[in-house]
Design a protein around this ligand. Structure first.
Ligand SMILES: Nc1nc2c(ncn2[C@@H]2O[C@H](COP(=O)(O)OP(=O)(O)OP(=O)(O)O)[C@@H](O)[C@H]2O)c(=O)[nH]1
Ligand SMILES: [Mg+2]
Ligand SMILES: [Zn+2]
Length: 347
């Protein structure tokens, strides 16, 4: 039974005293939440019914208002996943393409995972500010502003008749990751990290990745390293489309969980990075207990600046490739996706 005195808020990462919080209901016409009074003479059944459909407001006053399903306190602790990588490595475009695929129903269609948004207004804001511009208008997304609340979006995810788990996805400005104080709240709670490798930086003179290094050092110091699963993504793989085996993986369409294939992809990406002496970028694979490596492209091609609008666009359209696999791997490595095949992922 979860400790109802200390439920971790998946949005702002504060611990909430859950018992006796007032109830709200979601008001579709206004897109907001309004108080849901519980009649004084309500019987236990009526109270239970109200609670099933109700929301509570997170009491953290230092964050913008946000709400959680009233049943959330009984769902067990949230899984916190986050993006790690240097500034400009492609974290936000990758996460946006991933959330777009989830929104389209791919987790359900391909992997049998039922999912629905954790917080409706925040989800809608993410769709409006990220998914719409990138996937709808092929517009390049801006760098993530530093020092902001980093919750991007979240889902309740259920596999079969197992109870749903809240999964929160965090994005962060690459620079904040090297200022460890800024990132600790999120790293102290993280169960899964998507480490983003930018192929354009593999030949840089010092061959170090300060974001990867700072995060791994911090996780080691706090003793969390053995409990964190890692998906290392060779992102922007469209830039490597003439290099085998990266190109072969990029073209491949995988729609099932296949531990054998995951192992082959991991081995190929590891060998590729090793050959390019990119050892700093394989560190998560060597140091985290469960880890996989992936090839992905969030957009399929690069953006070009447009003078007329003073914005950059993906002029060939946005065609994400293999963006969901890293998330699916994390769901398997953290036990949300539970099957004999899933148990073999990342071992
Ligand atoms: N060719 C190519 N370019 C990409 C891809 N994904 C992102 N980019 C480009 O990479 C740059 C950085 O992308 P972001 O997603 O903003 O990078 P980030 O890691 O979130 O950066 P910060 O938020 O500043 O830490 C942008 O110029 C994108 O156009 C991709 O899949 N292929
Ligand atoms: Mg970003
Ligand atoms: Zn909160």
């Amino acid at each position: 039974m979860p400790d109802l005195d200390a439920v971790l808020c998946p949005v702002c990462l504060h611990r909430i005293r859950w018992a006796d919080l007032p109830l709200y209901r979601y008001d579709a016409p206004t897109g907001g939440y309004v108080p849901q009074p519980v009649p004084g003479d309500a019987g236990p059944e009526q109270k239970a019914r109200l609670r099933r459909l109700a929301w509570v407001r997170c009491p953290n006053e230092h964050a913008a208002p946000h709400h959680l399903p009233a049943s959330y306190g009984e769902s067990g602790p949230p899984l916190v996943f986050g993006m790690v990588g240097a500034p400009g490595s492609g974290k936000t475009h990758l996460l946006t393409a991933m959330i777009s695929a989830v929104e389209r129903g791919d987790l359900h269609r391909r992997y049998g995972l039922a999912c629905w948004p954790l917080e409706v207004p925040l989800h809608q804001r993410y769709l409006r500010d990220h998914v719409g511009p990138l996937l709808g208008e092929a517009r390049e997304l801006a760098p993530t502003p530093p020092g902001r609340v980093m919750f991007a979006d979240g889902f309740m995810v259920a596999h079969g008749d197992r109870p749903p788990r809240p999964v929160a996805l965090f994005d962060v400005a690459g620079d904040d990751l090297t200022r460890v104080a800024e990132a600790t709240a999120f790293l102290d709670a993280a169960h899964g990290l998507i480490f983003v490798v930018d192929p354009a930086r593999l030949d840089e003179a010092d061959r170090r990745d300060h974001a990867f290094g700072a995060v791994l050092d911090l996780l080691r110091a706090s003793g969390r390293l053995p409990r964190v699963s890692a998906a290392v993504v060779l992102a922007k793989a469209d830039l490597l489309r003439y290099e085998d085996p990266v190109a072969l993986w990029l073209r491949r369409d995988t729609a099932t969980l296949d531990a054998d294939e995951s192992l082959r992809e991991s081995a190929d990406v590891y060998a590729y990075l090793h050959r390019r002496e990119a050892h700093a970028w394989t560190r998560p694979y060597r140091e985290c207990r469960h880890a996989t490596l992936h090839v992905a492209s969030a957009t399929g091609s690069g953006a070009a600046y447009d003078d007329a609008t003073d914005e950059s666009y993906f002029t060939e359209g946005v065609h994400p490739r293999r963006v969901l696999q890293p998330l699916v791997s994390l769901l398997a490595m953290t036990g949300v996706l539970a099957s004999p095949e899933a148990e073999l992922i990342g071992t």
